[in-house]
Design a protein. Structure first.
Length: 359
């Protein structure tokens, strides 16, 4: 009995020493999030609207993060660096390129060029000959750490894109979220001059990017702050920024505009009560960062996406927490009568009738 007790004491000391003393590069900053909105009732109430999503396109692929639907086929970027085109029935698959990195965002330029936000390689383009051309890898002398998503204006003059974290690279998103260091940026690349401009900085893990009606503003998800920020591009507010929607019930990932009256927001997962409770306490958050080097991330496996109107009001709440759900959802795109979903970690893509999403 004494030997068991002695072992337990030693184990507690070892675990305590690990949590208190193990070296870590994560240096959390204190912040206080608003209380998480209810997921029991109200606009974010739990439901199973995503339970009946339909598998679509190529199967047995790793992490179809970005999605474009063109000529009846889906284009997506995969974990191994490939960008592929798949027929909707999944029977044909074409390799468009291999960036050698991690393609996370895709946008089509009016001239036909495919623009790729690559988490490892920066902002890239794919020309008609299949050549990958680097466009930009830094702004104001600061290299991109985690190029995440991209949108192109109707004129083809600018690409708007995000650097999620200039400090933490791709695959280190957990450390960036826990640290809450505000090192994300919203950027603009000029196709004519080749220059890159910083529009917003000190963002909390800048993620999905999309342009609003008439390219009047650009929205960017701040995953680590549970909000969507807006930067005005024209009109009396040009050059200023505000919050489009705040205190989301989960961590917003990618973001898309249907070109008319709706935005779609992919939520990687619901908020975590422990992370919110320890946000004002950097010492405790540092202990969590140490624990996460050996333990799974405290992420709930739930399919989650929202539809927003042009005023940032929630008009669709799509969830599924049942066994075998499609998650984490990291991309939502509206094409015709369907919503298409992609995932950073899933092995396939899915879709849902738009009528069901909006019912």
């Amino acid at each position: 009995m004494r030997s068991v007790l002695r072992f337990a004491v030693v184990l507690i000391v070892v675990i305590g020493g690990f949590l208190l003393l193990m070296p870590t590069k994560v240096h959390p900053l204190a912040w206080t999030p608003a209380p998480a909105p209810s997921m029991v009732s109200g606009v974010y109430a739990d439901n199973q609207r995503l339970k009946d999503v339909e598998r679509i396109g190529a199967a047995d692929i790793d992490g179809p993060e970005a999605l474009l639907l063109e000529e009846g086929a889906l284009i997506t970027g995969l974990h191994d660096g490939r960008v592929i085109r798949s027929s909707l029935d999944g029977k044909t698959r074409t390799l468009l390129t291999d960036t050698g990195g991690r393609p996370l965002g895709l946008a089509r330029h009016p001239n036909g060029m495919l623009v790729i936000a690559d988490g490892l390689k920066g902002l890239l383009s794919l020309d008609a000959l299949g050549q990958v051309i680097p466009l930009t890898t830094e702004a104001n002398g600061v290299p991109f750490g985690f190029t995440d998503d991209v949108a192109i204006d109707k004129s083809g003059h600018y690409a708007y894109f995000s650097d999620a974290s200039s400090r933490w690279g791709y695959g280190k998103d957990g450390a960036a979220i826990i640290e809450h260091g505000g090192d994300g940026r919203l950027l603009r690349y000029d196709f004519q001059s080749g220059k890159t401009e910083v529009l917003l900085e000190k963002l909390e893990f800048a993620n999905g990017v999309t342009l609003g009606p008439d390219d009047a503003y650009v929205l960017v998800n701040e995953t680590g702050a549970y909000r969507i920020s807006r930067y005005w591009l024209s009109g009396p507010k040009a050059g200023t920024h505000d919050v489009f929607i705040d205190n989301l019930p989960g961590m917003p990932d990618n973001l898309a505009f249907n070109g008319r009256d709706r935005f779609w927001v992919a939520l990687y997962a619901p908020r975590n009560a422990l992370l919110d409770a320890t946000a004002p306490h950097p010492f405790l958050r540092k202990m969590i960062a140490r624990a996460m080097t050996v333990l799974p991330k405290p992420i709930e496996k739930r399919g989650f996406a929202l539809g927003l109107d042009l005023d940032g009001k929630v008009i669709a709440n799509l969830q599924d927490a049942s066994d075998g759900n499609y998650s984490p959802i990291t991309t939502v795109r509206e094409y015709g009568e369907w919503l298409y979903f992609g995932s950073l970690k899933a092995q396939h893509m899915v879709r849902l009738p738009l009528s069901k999403a909006l019912q």
